[in-house]
Design a binder for this molecule. Structure first.
Ligand code: ADP
Ligand code: MG
Length: 139
């Protein structure tokens, strides 16, 4: 499924829509360059899950979990991971194979760890379509 958005608000709203339908055990793998909108999408998805706290980028902790929503939400940003063992140390398996919803920014960094049923989301710019244009491919 390919979506096109023309503002951060539209990308947020798409995340929100997906968050509303997210099911226990879902893993969302986000791929896309720095500044493309992965965190904007993530914040929308969190709102769709009913997460009440502000979602901030977990760059220095790798994962941040939120319990105020309809389902537990685990937000990973694995950009700085140098060794896959770091994922073991933070207990990623309890997140990916538990009853919550996981979302991974920079998912390509941990490609080998993603479950088979991972929902893949790619966000891309297309400069000829304008500064705020994004093409978002789901699945
Ligand atoms: P990432 O997490 O991929 O590094 P962010 O979500 O932190 O990126 O930042 C995306 C930036 O792009 C924000 O400054 C946002 O306002 C801007 N932006 C412009 N157009 C869009 C769009 N259509 N969708 C998402 N973000 C957009
Ligand atoms: Mg980000």
């Amino acid at each position: 499924m390919v979506y096109e958005t023309f503002s951060p608000e539209e990308t947020y709203a798409l995340g929100c829509e997906i968050g509303r339908t997210a099911a226990p055990g879902d893993v969302y793998a986000l791929t896309g360059d720095l500044g493309v909108g992965k965190t904007v999408f993530t914040k929308g998805l969190a709102e769709g899950l009913g997460v009440a706290e502000p979602v901030t980028s977990p760059t220095f902790t790798i994962v941040q979990s939120y319990d105020s929503g309809r389902l537990p939400f685990h937000h990973f940003d694995v950009y700085r991971i140098e060794d896959i063992d770091e994922m073991e140390e933070i207990g990623y398996e309890d997140c990916f194979y538990g009853d919550g919803v996981s979302l991974v920014e920079w998912a390509e960094v941990i490609a080998d760890l993603l479950p088979e049923n991972t929902i893949r989301i790619t966000i891309e710019k297309a400069p000829e379509k304008g500064f705020d244009y994004r093409r978002i491919t789901v699945g």
